[in-house]
Design a protein around this ligand. Structure first.
Ligand code: UDP
Ligand code: MG
Length: 323
């Protein structure tokens, strides 16, 4: 029998909390494993905190963290991941768009040896076309840019083995994209397809601005590409400059045409511009390195070690837990 911690980020979800707790309790009663809830209130201004306190008083499986203000869902999830001590940790939204009834299937896949079971949306209900399209595009862009196998159409809803949780905890970057970090740890990952429901009640807490900031954190946190754009532009500008100059030389030597001052000038301008862009790219490359160093993610993650080896300097590699 394992202990499963369910981490829920909450921002003004007073209308969803009781129903969420009821359905989680139902799931808990339908399986042998123990489910405990870790509600992380992200600075709600409504009655969410009161309700969480009441739930915690009535049910010892409910625990909570209240953040001092609204830090954003990524920070709330991080607080939850830092404190959840189950054998596996499930991240789930508070609004019941992710049905808790999927959790037993996740646990089964975990028992089969998967370290990360992420729930991938087969369909999503009750969301506008703009939201669906921007989400669709976002997942594909970040997947291409990141160099990490970040699954598409997958929100926070996922189960992680304890050893994944321990590794994610070691990533302390401030601008964070938790889904990316979880995928980045590696281990054995598998998808579980599910149908996403409508929000139980209330409105989406992700304003377009919050979504844009998150998209930036995702792209910048996992890709140095924006810093390299200027290298490509610079190369093109230099190439263009050389082409103009070569054209002028050919016309002069073979046809005896006079050198056009304008064309020479254009060639020089492209050369200067190109060299500057290239140097910007070189600077960008150094900044990228400083930034990656500053993120201070673990350089490697060991999945298994022979027992004779001493534990590494960066803390013991976690050994498989009881599933
Ligand atoms: N959330 C949070 N802090 C925020 C915004 C959202 O903790 O600043 C929580 C929210 O309460 C919910 C989850 O993150 O449990 C996902 O938010 P939402 O359902 O509004 O996003 P959507 O499903 O529309 O993308
Ligand atoms: Mg939602």
């Amino acid at each position: 029998m394992a202990r499963i911690s369910v981490v829920v980020p909450i921002y003004n979800e007073e209308t969803c909390l009781r129903e969420l707790h009821r359905r989680l309790t139902e799931v808990d009663e339908s399986i042998d494993d123990d489910i405990e809830c870790l509600f992380v209130d992200d600075g709600s201004a409504d009655r969410s905190r009161e309700i969480i306190r009441e739930l915690a008083e009535a049910d010892e499986r409910v625990r909570y963290i209240f953040l001092s203000r609204n830090f954003g869902a990524e920070a709330a999830l991080t607080a939850g991941i830092d404190h959840a001590d189950g054998d596996a940790v499930v991240l789930i939204d508070a609004d019941l768009q992710d049905p808790p009834e999927v959790i037993p299937e996740m646990i089964d896949l975990w028992r089969e040896g998967n370290d990360i079971v992420y729930a991938q949306r087969r369909s999503r209900k009750g969301e506008r076309f703009t939201k669906r399209f921007s989400a669709w595009l976002f997942y594909r862009i970040i997947r291409h840019l990141s160099g990490v196998n970040i699954p598409v159409d997958t929100g926070y809803f996922r189960l992680m083995d304890r050893r994944v949780v321990l590794e994610v905890r070691r990533c302390r970057e401030i601008h964070r994209f938790v889904r990316g970090l979880v995928a980045w740890t590696g281990f054995r990952q598998t998808a579980l397809r599910y149908d996403r429901d409508e929000r139980h009640a209330g409105e989406t807490k992700f304003t377009p601005i919050k979504m844009t900031v998150l998209a930036m954190d995702a792209v910048l946190g996992f890709s140095g590409l924006p810093l390299r754009v200027s290298v490509v532009l610079g190369l093109f500008a230099c190439l263009f400059s050389v082409l103009i100059f070569a054209g002028l030389l050919i016309a002069r030597i073979w046809q005896g045409a006079p050198m056009s001052g304008y064309a020479l000038l254009a060639s020089a301008i492209f050369l200067i511009g190109g060299v500057q862009l290239l140097m910007l790219g070189v600077l960008g490359e150094y900044i990228d390195r400083i930034y990656r160093q500053e993120q201070a993610r673990p350089i490697y993650i060991a999945a298994e070690k022979s027992s004779a080896l001493p534990s590494g300097p960066e803390g013991a590699a976690p050994v498989a837990t009881s599933r």
